[in-house]
Design a protein around this ligand. Structure first.
Ligand SMILES: Cc1cc2nc3c(=O)[nH]c(=O)nc-3n(C[C@H](O)[C@H](O)[C@H](O)COP(=O)(O)OP(=O)(O)OC[C@H]3O[C@@H](n4cnc5c(N)ncnc54)[C@H](O)[C@@H]3O)c2cc1C
Length: 289
């Protein structure tokens, strides 16, 4: 199977990349790691006359800490960059662990956080943990830069608020030094499988009381889903195993799964119940990363 013909550009700056996307309009697509786009291209699922590669935009690969803002992850950071980042390992090990649960080493070497999020696949592994940690996403276009909370970025399967000529540049995770977080994925194989369900939790404790909780569910709705009813059930309560049981039931009730080849809606709901409980317990126990 051969790739169709296309023109290839590798601009040196973000502005140049935006200009090319604007100039060629719907005929052009941005290319990052290519692990999704090139597969669809080869199989004739997508066709573009122009590919605008991000490979020269090295400033978008950085993972850094910015005082007063938090941890900033460049959109071109690969999954292995997230796995191996000392900063993330120290501050948000849950993000590194989520990246480590993805795909194979070859795909993790090429695939990027920007591509994973922009794809807007409901089962994608990085959106739930970034949403649970309250991350914002920043986009640059011809009219300048804008940022939105990541949970507001998704509008449906494969759909987002990103304009055709905008580029995602970074994700910012605000400081939360006393919050414990975790992402737990259930796939049909131990590695290299897409999520049947994914649950991310970020919990802040005050003694034995749950001061704050954010839960994001993956693969059980058209977009990653904040389990707000479940969060409300937890906040202000004393942590007990019984409370986590109730939280699992509540999260299952507010999930909106479909049945597909990876599992029935009923099975997914039950897995959400189990994984929410486990994920919350792990986040509470960690308490520091
Ligand atoms: C074998 C295999 C296994 C996989 N396993 C998993 C898995 O376990 N979990 C999982 O979540 N995903 C998985 N994936 C999906 C995919 O690898 C990831 O979503 C990956 O992160 C996509 O990133 P990329 O850089 O390769 O994106 P690309 O393929 O380059 O681009 C994907 C889309 O995002 C757009 N895009 C990319 N970057 C930007 C940006 N900065 N700004 C604006 N638009 C952008 C592109 O235009 C394109 O529409 C798997 C894929 C394969 C082939």
């Amino acid at each position: 199977m051969y790739l169709p013909d296309f023109d290839y550009y590798a601009p040196q700056t973000i502005q140049e990349a935006c200009s090319l996307l604007t100039q060629f309009g719907d005929k052009a697509k941005l290319l990052s790691g290519g692990t999704d786009l090139m597969v669809k291209f080869k199989h004739g699922i997508l066709a573009y006359e122009v590919l605008v590669s991000m490979k020269e935009l090295n400033e978008l690969k950085e993972i850094s800490y910015q005082q007063g803002k938090g941890v900033v992850i460049g959109a071109r950071a690969t999954h292995n960059d997230l796995v191996n980042s000392t900063l993330l390992n120290e501050k948000y090990l849950s993000v590194s662990e989520a990246a480590h649960q993805m795909a194979s080493n070859q795909i993790r070497h090429l695939g990027t956080v920007g591509g994973n999020v922009v794809n807007a696949v409901p089962s994608a592994d990085l959106p739930p943990i970034l949403i649970a940690l309250g991350a914002t996403i920043t986009m640059v276009g011809p009219n300048g830069e804008r940022s939105v909370p990541l949970e507001e970025f998704f509008t449906g399967p494969g759909r987002t608020v990103l304009a055709q000529n905008e580029i995602v540049t970074k994700f910012t995770i605000p400081d939360q030094p006393t919050t414990g977080s975790t992402y737990m994925k259930f796939g049909l194989r131990k590695s290299g499988a897409l999520a049947v369900v994914g649950v991310a939790s970020a919990v802040t404790m005050e003694g034995n009381i749950i001061k704050d909780a954010k839960i994001a569910l993956g693969a059980v709705a058209a977009t990653p889903l904040r389990a707000r009813n479940t969060e409300a059930l937890l906040i202000g309560k004393e942590y007990t195993d019984e409370l986590l049981e109730q939280a699992g039931v509540a999260a299952a009730a507010e999930s909106k799964p479909i049945s597909d080849i990876r599992g029935s809606a009923e099975y997914r709901r039950d897995m959400i119940r189990v994984y929410t409980k486990r994920s919350l317990k792990a986040a509470i126990t960690k308490g520091h990363c």
